[in-house]
Ligand binder design. Sequence first.
Ligand code: IPM
Ligand code: MN
Length: 357
Amino acid sequence: MYKIAVIPGDGIGKEVIAEGVKLMKDIEDLGGPAFELTEYPWSCGYYLENGKMADDDFLDTLKGYDAIYLGAIGDPAVKDHIALGQFLLKLRREFDEYVNLRPIKLLNVDICPLKNITSTGQIDITVVRENSEGEYSNVGARLFEGRDDEMALQTGVFSKKGTERIMRYAFELARKEHKTLTSVSKGNALGYSMVFWDETFARIAKEYPDVETHTCLVDAASMFFVKNPERFQIVVTSNLFGDIITDLGAAIAGGMGLAAGANINPERTYPSMFEPIHGSAPDIAGQGKADPMAALWSVSQMLDHFGHEDLGRMIIEAIKMVIDEKQVVPFDLGGQASTTEVGEAVREKFAEIYKKK
Ligand code: IPM
Ligand code: MN
């Protein structure tokens, strides 16, 4: 029995998480692992009613769970940096979810916007994004506000511990999966943080002589994601660069409706958190137009984390079958199928695959 805290959040977060919850219930009914799901209303919606994003002791409450399943946080009526700083980013930091694991895996060439892609194998990248410090460390100042000499400082924090641990995680993954590892950074311009990053990568690489390594500047990596994505297998990068290149990655692999991300605390001292990487999409919220595939893919990542990689793979296979068949096509992939229709189609495929195994 896995205890899961479900936080649908705002906007389409609620719609897509509902589909993921149905999938978990199906998995249990089919004879797979059981889930005890507890829902929490914490969100911008909650903020607008209560003046805070979550209960004061929300971290204590969540600490007791095996995982957190999160939809999306964001509402035009609440300043993003408040909503995210007080909640999402705080959670990632406080629970030391220092690995943000984001698969960029093309399931069908027809959903790829790149004309040079002829087989799905050309886009199969796992981005290991540093998720606890770096450019997202909330260190800085606003000086002389309102004056002509006003200034803002934002400091990146790259600790030895933080940099080494994310790299070791990526090296271990590359070793386990027999894949190459590319470090994406910007040492040619950021002479402190990224030179430190590059030196650390070169040093840790010596511990893993069996892993083929590459380095790539983030601007060049952005170009190669489009021109030659097959160059990349595992990528390790900083918090901000990882944020940016995974949106690009989502775009080349079929769009934000398909992109999932896991915020992992590898030591399992705290629960890890699984979420689609898309936002709350207020423009389409409440219309049943959201694609739940990313949220379903997040359930797959959660199962991987619990050691049920077989079930995790089946979910991705089910998503792929729905996309391949082109019978139930979500709006973001050019179709008319609603969130619940897409969710149901994936669950049906999942059940078929599960029963055959
Ligand atoms: C993501 C999101 C967040 C991030 C935002 C909402 C703070 O864009 O998960 O990629 O930048 O990490
Ligand atoms: Mn992002």
